[in-house]
Ligand binder design. Structure first.
Ligand SMILES: Nc1ncnc2c1ncn2[C@@H]1O[C@H](COP(=O)(O)OP(=O)(O)OP(=O)(O)O)[C@@H](O)[C@H]1O
Length: 340
């Protein structure tokens, strides 16, 4: 649905030196999926998402949306193609002097739709985002979450195939963030809209994304299914993002002491294995004692995912058998060799 091929973007101005914001980024977002791009500040996320609808023109590389090659379009063709690509922003971008109704109706008027169709769409999409009763109020009478709902209704009113989200929940408190993420999930499921979102929060990725790309210094350093990236992050930056959810650092003295008495292991649980009492079972089945050092279970989009750091104490042949048993039960086990 969205194909970015070898996209690079360099900002240059006479006063400042050149900034390379994107370097050879290739991404393929499939029809109907929710794809997240995560990275720290300055990684190039905003530039990337703005290249999808050519709000930012790449220095090189090609952009395809729904099979159409956007770089080769005339201004008119591009305006038309953008109708199919909705976008929501961290700052909502609502017209302060227009009512909620007009915030949605005015852009529709510009597309030449008949008044009756405009009215129908405004009512329909305001009701979908749960704000049917707010159509006559002004944006400054709304909460942040409600403003973002209006922005979502405005984007949906053009009935796009694709929705781009530029840090849409970053200005919202955790509860409001969750309600907006649930709304995005509903839109994706009910209308089949493909969503590309950028964020610096793992929570956003784990709650609604199917796949994720991690960006650093303008490059995509890792991408894959959310569950795979969470289970086995390859790059240091990805590991930092994942370990923010699963803290696993201990004072080195304690760590060294424990290691003398048996292995310290990291157990990764995916899906149903996340709710099995695996450690208590091995304590009963084998001559080992287990001690959980840290752990967390998070809910990914459609399955639970957990990570425990545990110490297994006992004779070597028993700890070996216990670890083999855990693997048999579908638990990913790896020995932790030093802190983390
Ligand atoms: N219009 C611009 N002119 C010059 N440099 C720019 C411009 N827009 C972005 N940059 C630079 O490009 C790099 C990537 O910026 P970008 O905003 O895409 O990153 P980001 O990952 O979205 O960061 P943040 O989360 O802080 O918004 C940064 O070094 C930024 O300063």
């Amino acid at each position: 649905m969205i194909e970015l091929k070898n996209i690079s973007k360099t900002f240059s101005s006479k006063k400042n030196k050149e900034v390379v914001a994107l370097q050879d980024v290739t991404l393929h977002v499939k029809k109907g999926e929710i794809f997240g791009v995560i990275g720290y500040s300055g990684a190039g996320k905003s530039t990337l998402v703005r290249c999808v609808n050519l709000l930012e023109k790449p220095t090189s590389g090609e952009v395809f949306v729904n099979g159409e090659h956007l770089n080769e379009m005339s201004t008119d063709q591009l305006r038309q193609a953008r109708q199919n690509i909705g976008m929501i922003f961290q700052g909502f971008n609502l017209l302060k002097t227009a009512t909620v109704y007009d915030n949605i109706a005015i852009p529709l008027k510009l597309t030449g739709l008949a008044a009756s169709e405009i009215n129908e769409r405004v009512e329909k999409y305001l009701s979908i985002v749960g704000l049917a009763d707010k159509k006559n109020v002004f944006p400054n009478q709304l909460s942040g979450g409600q403003k973002q709902r209006v922005a979502i209704a405005r984007a949906l009113s053009h009935e796009p195939d694709v929705l781009l989200s530029d840090e849409a929940t970053s200005a919202l408190d955790p509860e409001t963030t969750d309600s907006i993420l649930e709304l995005l999930l509903k839109i994706n499921k009910e209308f089949g809209i493909t969503i590309l979102l950028i964020t610096h929060e793992m929570h956003v990725i784990q709650k609604i994304c199917d796949r994720v790309a991690v960006m650093e210094n303008g490059e995509v350093i890792e991408q894959g299914n959310v569950i795979d990236i969470y289970s086995a992050p390859q790059q240091q930056t990805t590991q930092r993002f994942v370990s923010s959810l699963f803290p696993s650092e201990f004072p080195s003295e304690i760590f060294d002491d424990l290691q003398k008495q048996g292995p310290i292991i990291s157990l990764t649980f995916v899906g149903t294995s996340a709710d099995q009492p695996a450690l208590s079972v091995i304590s009963k089945k084998f001559d080992v004692h287990t001690n959980i050092l840290s752990g967390n279970i998070v809910q990914l989009k459609d399955k639970p995912f957990g990570k425990l750091i545990a110490h297994i104490q006992g004779p070597k042949d028993e700890t070996d058998k216990a670890l083999a048993y855990l693997v048999e039960q579908g638990v990913q086990v790896s020995e932790v060799s030093n802190n983390g």
